[in-house]
Design a protein around this ligand. Structure first.
Ligand code: THU
Length: 236
């Protein structure tokens, strides 16, 4: 969303990242990193890595910049420039990507650079292709895992049960497909979550219809529906 950074804006952001790197506290690794984070309001937050003798409390430059901005009341981000003391432009670590993922959209610009002036621009979509999306990612496999113990508790599986399970798994596959589209489009807002909720309701109601088709509902069918409702968070 919004315009991409101009070459001048990129230069200014890189200058800020280089400046931030000069304050890196990297006495253990000697690997200095500087990050400059630009908000849509035009503010720049700088961050450097801060290491610790106990190692694990070390924080990366990117997160320092992120947390400074957020604690300052700004979380509307447009771009980040990152430079390390390495000759190769350094991509952000996985933890920093996850932290960014909370606050940036897929078009957020991640600009990697080095002292030789190499500039590698990426979109956040490229840097973190498949985001973790809480609550909406329950798929076919999760449903199968809760249903399997029920249908395997006795030796026989009736035709009705088998029909029900196949029906549910097919619906769940469609739901999974829908969620993958949302994720790939970078669309994971409230509207998409609502669509997922609606779809889950449909999966459940349709499963109830299939179970009821012969007008009797066996204990196992009942148990399957119960587990499905729990997993999909359906209020019965
Ligand atoms: N580091 C960062 O600042 N950002 C990254 O994305 C990767 C790693 C820091 C942490 C540590 O101080 C040093 O680089 C070596 O891992």
């Amino acid at each position: 969303m919004g315009d991409k950074l101009s070459p001048e804006q990129i230069d200014a952001l890189i200058t800020a990242a280089v400046d931030a790197r000069s304050r890196a506290y990297a006495v253990y690794s000697n690997f200095k990193v500087g990050a400059a984070l630009l908000t849509r309001e035009g503010k720049v937050y700088q961050g450097c890595n801060i290491e610790n003798i106990s190692f694990t409390p070390t924080v990366c430059a990117e997160r320092v910049a992120m947390f400074k901005a957020i604690s300052d009341g700004n979380m509307n981000f447009q771009a980040v420039a990152i430079i390390s003391s390495d000759a190769t432009p350094t991509p952000p670590c996985g933890v920093c990507r996850q932290v960014m993922s909370e606050f940036v959209d897929d078009d957020f610009e991640v600009i990697l650079t080095n002292d030789a002036g190499r500039i590698l621009p990426f979109s956040f979509r490229e840097v973190l292709p498949m985001r973790f999306v809480p609550q909406s990612t329950i798929g076919k496999q999760d449903v199968w895992e809760v249903i399997r113990p029920i249908i395997q508790q006795d030796d026989k599986i009736s035709e009705d049960e088998s029909k029900l399970v196949q029906h549910i798994l097919r619906d769940m596959e469609t739901l999974e497909h829908q969620i993958t589209i949302f994720i790939n489009d970078g669309k994971i807002g409230e509207e998409e979550r609502e669509r997922v909720r609606e779809f889950r309701q449909r999966v459940y109601r349709s499963a109830v219809d299939v179970a009821h088709a012969d007008l009797t509902i066996s204990d196992e069918e009942q148990a399957i529906l119960q587990k499905l409702a729990e997993l999909l968070e359906i209020d019965q």
